[in-house]
Ligand binder design. Structure first.
Ligand SMILES: [Mg+2]
Length: 508
């Protein structure tokens, strides 16, 4: 009897104890989920009370590397998309000419003439997988940006992308080939790094989409090479059409003359090295600067065939006779102002002028063929003209964008700080936060470009394009005339970026 009483007392105590523990557990769980909800509220309130950052000046010049203009004695320029900025009508013209060549010379189905140019479909800097026929955006770690992968005009889901590439990161040999030269035919991917390639990408995607829908058996590499050749072969026709109707295709740039005047007054030397032919460049420069544009330049080299101009060791520089429009075979032993040259190499340019290294600042729009070799091989200083900055900065300056970008940052920190909780209820809250973060990331991407987002960023990393740009350009800006906002003695200082192991800010 006594034993029975003792046992039942013990059982009761145990029962009470376990009930208490359950209650305590429920209390702790409630308490911890409430803790997360409270933390969210606090961060959200803090975000809403924060002052939005000041607008970025769309006409500023941005520095990747310190550059003292006092040291620069010689200013060099590329022509297309550096001095000459084209209107969207040029994209349509190139697209239409390429499509016509594709039908007439390459015997593509005449139906493709109904495929119209889609402005804003692509952005520059994308990669095209010539083997698989896929257009995609890569970040600086060679990671594919999910949601920015297209076959024709159809976006591929994340599962489809992983099925095709087996991994989110693409091996470097696949992207850049085994050789230094990225345009080498061993590479499986080509990067479309200049603005002339934007209509080209649209034509590739339009025709691929047409083939897919018609269930035609086509080879993506043949399609790519045909379209590339069609667009390239269309350039001479494009040059004639633009030269006859300059104002329809080239943006007026009233400040260009003022910019050259200031450089000449400061005793700077000026030169032009362009791949385009003389007649085309001359018409454009007359339109933008005036009939006397050549007086500003100490040296003009046309049809330079960059990047070979910067990489070839020997290819004679030649004289172009402006009056007769013919090429002269005389050996060139000195470079004269007022004479038009073509071909040649940077070695001859340097040997015949004595312009070298950090005294030269060369501006171009193409991070590789304009800027990479001159900076890596010859130590020239470089400036990139990136027209897209106007749109990118206007987007950054939108208050809605600023709010979203700020909140994304703070929400990510919140997730990072609370991610280790194991309780299922807490996990549910975390999942909710992650979903909100995914939506925010997409909202931020779409405002730049619906398909591919910003030219400079994937969700959080720099793009493959911007990594190259920041490596090869000392400064970059949206328009060459923005340099007028700074004196000829200005020093551009790069922002001291924060490394992951450093303080977020020196001020609390
Ligand atoms: Mg160019």
């Amino acid at each position: 009897m006594f034993l029975c009483k003792v046992i039942s007392k013990c059982t009761l105590r145990l029962l009470l104890k376990s009930r208490f523990h359950r209650k305590q557990k429920i209390f702790i769980r409630l308490h911890s989920t409430r803790r997360l909800e409270e933390a969210y509220k606090v961060v959200k309130t803090k975000c809403q009370s924060k002052k939005l950052p000041k607008d970025v000046n769309p006409r500023a010049v941005f520095a990747c590397n310190e550059l003292d203009l006092k040291e620069v004695k010689v200013y060099g320029f590329d022509y297309d998309y550096t001095l000459a900025c084209y209107k969207p009508s040029l994209d349509y013209l190139l697209y239409n000419l390429g499509r016509q060549t594709l039908i007439e010379q390459y015997k593509y189905p005449p139906d493709i003439k109904n495929l119209e140019y889609r402005p804003g479909f692509a952005v520059r800097g994308l990669h095209y997988d010539i083997e698989k026929g896929i257009l995609l955006k890569l970040d600086s770690f060679l990671q594919i940006q999910f949601g920015a992968v297209y076959k024709g005009l159809t976006p591929l889901s994340n599962e489809e992308v992983l099925q095709i590439y087996k991994n989110r990161i693409i091996p470097i040999a696949y992207v850049e080939g085994h050789t230094k030269n990225a345009s080498d035919s061993h590479t499986k991917m080509v990067q479309l790094a200049d603005l002339f390639s934007v209509p080209e990408m649209c034509l590739i995607c339009n025709v691929a989409d047409y083939f897919e829908k018609k269930h035609f058996d086509y080879h993506p590499e043949i399609l790519f090479r045909d379209i590339k050749s069609s667009i390239r072969n269309s350039h001479p026709v494009m040059h004639n059409i633009v030269a006859q109707n300059v104002s329809e295709y080239i943006e007026r740039n009233d400040k260009l003359r003022q910019f050259f005047d200031r450089l000449v007054q400061a005793n700077k030397k000026l030169f032009l090295v362009t791949n385009s032919p003389y007649g085309f460049v001359n018409k454009g420069m007359e339109f933008m600067v005036g009939k006397d544009w050549k007086e500003y330049f100490d040296l003009v080299i046309v049809q330079a065939r960059k990047p070979r101009f910067f990489t070839d060791l020997s290819r004679p520089i030649r004289v172009y006779d402006e009056r007769s429009g013919s090429h002269i075979w005389d050996r060139v032993t000195k470079l004269e102002k007022g004479v038009i040259y073509y071909e040649g190499t940077v070695k001859q340019l340097q040997d015949l002028t004595g312009w070298r290294g950090h005294q030269v600042l060369y501006f171009g729009d193409h991070p590789y063929s304009d800027l990479a070799d001159v900076t890596l091989e010859h130590g020239w200083r470089t400036g990139a003209i990136i027209t897209e900055l106007t749109h990118e900065i206007a987007t950054l300056n939108n208050p809605e964008f600023k709010k979203n970008a700020n909140w994304l940052q703070m929400l990510t920190q919140l997730i990072e700080d609370h991610q280790d909780c194991e309780d299922p209820d807490e996990q549910k809250i975390l999942m909710k936060w992650m979903a909100e973060r995914d939506k925010l990331r997409n909202d931020i991407k779409y405002v730049f470009n619906e398909q591919f987002g910003s030219v400079f960023r994937t969700y959080h990393n720099p793009t493959y394009f911007s990594r190259r740009l920041f490596r090869f350009a000392d400064i970059y800006t949206s328009n060459i005339a923005n340099l007028l906002n700074y004196s000829v003695n200005h020093t551009f200082y790069p922002r001291r970026g924060v490394m992951p192991h450093e303080y977020i800010s020196y001020f609390v």
